[in-house]
Design a protein around this ligand. Structure first.
Ligand code: SF4
Ligand code: SF4
Length: 388
């Protein structure tokens, strides 16, 4: 295993972190196969992984309930005396906070679930601009200050799917942020805060933790032949997982890549990849960009995210509705995009809020019939997330 310093935390973390949102399960998402999951975690820790990432709702029955991932991790670490061997990263459910006292209430519950009296890295989960404003009004910064002074939390940060300008705004508002978790992989360089976000984190010495390195598996499963043909032209032959992970570890602004692993074989494969230095040549770097371009050619509509059609008088988030539909088509992964669609876009801003007034159509730089495109989005995603 190779290790990186996690920004200003100074922690030496394994460059592969163990994400616990996709542990093996039985019939439903909240029924973790603890026997198999224990084997995976044990193998991971024994082979050098020292950062385990979880969150309040992971492995719950619903999108936002109290999940079993934290319970499983806490029990596993306590029973096997691993607590001092690893750093625990978990997240406060920012969307669920409805009063000042809720921060402490959730933290207490999490400490209990995790069977520990401190959390190494505590992140505000999936911070977006409205939730950031809301939690600030509930004095979240005082709460974080108190956690740090009491030692209940060693380092604080946030995870987010926001655009670069908001990312910078939030970072600049609190000097004690030490870690930020963002989505990144070779397909998402310009999605959300993307590359620019990572560069900024490096500039201000904030540790970066990467989520979705394999885009929920879409970059490594059922590879289209046209994509495989491009990989075959590379100087060095790599598996799709190696391409995706080594792409990230070739960046000096990536500290820890979290992989939400589902089987022991995945743990073994990822650890083997994380243990070797594999410098990607300029030529192979171009191959990666060509693969990303190939995926983008499977696009569902021609929206360029220029924003000329916004704001919609009905509050429809046209850009992100069309974008999530596009990504779902590009990666042929409706479920993953549906998760983003239903969690990142407010209920009132989804495609089904379009009333077909047609006011936006003349403004579209790509001459799209926007209400028709939104109807396709609605037909594709439906009106509620039914993954569970
Ligand atoms: S057609 Fe739909 S998206 Fe366009 S302005 Fe009207 S309500 Fe908004
Ligand atoms: S104007 Fe057209 S291309 Fe631009 S963001 Fe709106 S829908 Fe997309």
């Amino acid at each position: 295993m190779l290790y990186n310093t996690l920004g200003k935390t100074g922690l030496e973390v394994s460059r592969l972190g163990f994400g616990t949102m996709r542990l093996p399960t039985f019939n439903s998402n909240d029924e973790i196969d603890t026997e198999e999951a224990s084997k995976m975690l044990e193998y991971g820790i024994e082979n050098g992984i020292n950062l385990i990432d979880t969150a309040y709702p992971y492995h719950s029955k619903t999108l936002e309930g109290s999940g079993n991932s934290e319970r499983f991790v806490g029990k596993f670490l306590a029973e096997n005396n691993y607590r001092d061997e690893v750093y625990i990263s978990t997240k406060s459910p920012s969307w669920a906070i409805e009063s000042k006292n809720d921060f402490q209430m959730y933290l207490d519950e999490q400490l209990e679930k995790l069977q520990t009296d401190y959390i190494d890295i505590y992140l505000l989960h999936s911070l977006n601009v409205p939730d950031w404003e809301k939690v600030k009004n509930f004095d979240v910064l005082d709460f974080l200050d108190d956690c740090l002074s009491s030692g209940t939390v060693k380092h604080v940060g946030f995870s987010s799917h926001i655009e670069i300008d908001y990312l910078i705004e939030i970072i600049d508002e609190y000097p004690k942020w030490e870690v930020v978790m963002t989505q990144m992989n070779y397909f998402d360089e310009y999605y959300q805060s993307g590359i620019m976000g990572l560069e900024y984190l490096k500039e201000v010495n904030i540790g970066s933790m990467i989520m979705e390195p394999l885009r929920g598996g879409r970059l490594v499963n059922n590879i289209p032949q046209s994509v495989q043909d491009i990989w075959n032209m590379a100087e060095v032959k790599r598996t799709p997982v190696e391409w995706a992970l080594q792409y990230l570890w070739n960046r000096d602004d990536v500290d820890c890549v979290l992989s939400g692993m589902t089987s022991l074989n995945q743990v073994k494969e990822n650890i083997e990849i994380a243990s070797k230095i594999d410098k990607i040549s300029d030529y192979d770097g171009e191959i990666i960009r060509e693969v990303a371009r190939q995926y983008r050619s499977f696009v569902g509509n021609r929206c360029t995210r220029c924003g000329y059609c916004m704001p919609c008088p009905e509050g429809v988030d046209i850009i992100n509705c069309l974008t999530e539909f596009n990504i779902a088509n590009m990666l042929n992964d409706p479920k993953a995009s549906a998760m983003q669609y239903f969690t990142l876009i407010d209920e009132d801003s989804r495609a089904d809020s379009c009333i077909d007034c047609k006011k936006c159509i003349p403004f579209c730089s790509q001459m799209l019939n926007i209400p028709e495109e939104l109807q396709r989005v609605y037909e594709y995603f439906g009106s509620e997330f039914d993954h569970f």
